[in-house]
Design a protein around this ligand. Structure first.
Ligand code: 5RP
Length: 219
């Protein structure tokens, strides 16, 4: 049983939630790729659904498998979003964004009636905060936001390249992870910060696979 087997098992368990005529939100990342493949198989078998994607990569993969991908700009509500995470704990708090899609992921999650996170067991932690926190920043605000993060005791690395939204990502490493709701509030209130990878209210359920056994946690 490999890590990919567990990613696939978690993904397939979540895709089993998809019902006919749903509008499905597709997250981003290597675990979500298994969900897109599983959904593609169900569509090939005749399931009628449409999707919106949180990244250009996921949109292209879904379309290549015959899934109808709608422009999210034309959408107000999503039925079910399936996404990955870099860390998730039993409070259903998650850190996302290693793949750089956290801004669109959070918008699609907010529009979703239900959001489920899929992961292999390496992502399940006692309390989130061990990984770098990605922060999407307007390039104009790079110096200002870097300084604000340093004042919050973060060591900041500027990621190479830009996001699908043509913004930059600052990866913030905290020696001691701050109170997560307070940190999210501080980031949300910082001009120039467009999004960040703290998902504290968005996740309704997790599917975590450990050596082939999938455990579902509901909020
Ligand atoms: C992208 C994300 C991903 O869902 C997260 O990084 C997990 O990716 P993977 O399944 O490849 O480990 O948040 O912005």
């Amino acid at each position: 049983m490999t890590q990919d087997d567990d990613k696939r098992a978690a993904a397939e368990a979540a895709v089993a939630e998809v019902q006919p005529d749903m509008l499905v939100g597709l997250g981003t990342g290597s675990t979500v790729r298994f969900a897109i493949e599983a959904l593609g198989r169900r569509v090939a078998d005749g399931l009628r659904v449409t999707a919106v994607a949180t990244s250009l990569d996921s949109a292209a993969r879904a379309a290549a498998l015959g899934i109808v991908v709608r422009d999210f700009a034309e959408v107000a509500r999503v039925d079910l979003t399936i996404d990955g995470a870099d860390e998730v704990d039993d409070r259903l708090w998650a850190i996302k964004g290693a793949g750089g899609a956290m801004l669109r992921e959070k918008i699609v999650a907010a529009a979703s009636t239900r959001m489920v996170v899929i992961a292999d067991a390496s992502k399940r932690v006692t309390a989130i905060g061990g990984v770098k926190l990605p922060v999407e920043v307007l390039p104009f605000a790079r110096g200002y936001v870097t300084d604000r993060l340093a004042m919050l005791d973060a060591t900041v690395t500027v990621r190479d390249g830009v996001t699908d939204n043509c913004n930059i990502v600052l990866d913030a490493r905290f020696a001691a992870f701050p109170d997560a709701p307070a940190l999210a509030g501080a980031l949300d209130a910082t001009p120039g910060v467009l999004g960040h990878g703290l998902f504290l209210d968005q996740v309704d359920a997790t599917y975590v696979a450990d050596r082939g056994i999938v455990t579902r946690l509901e909020r």
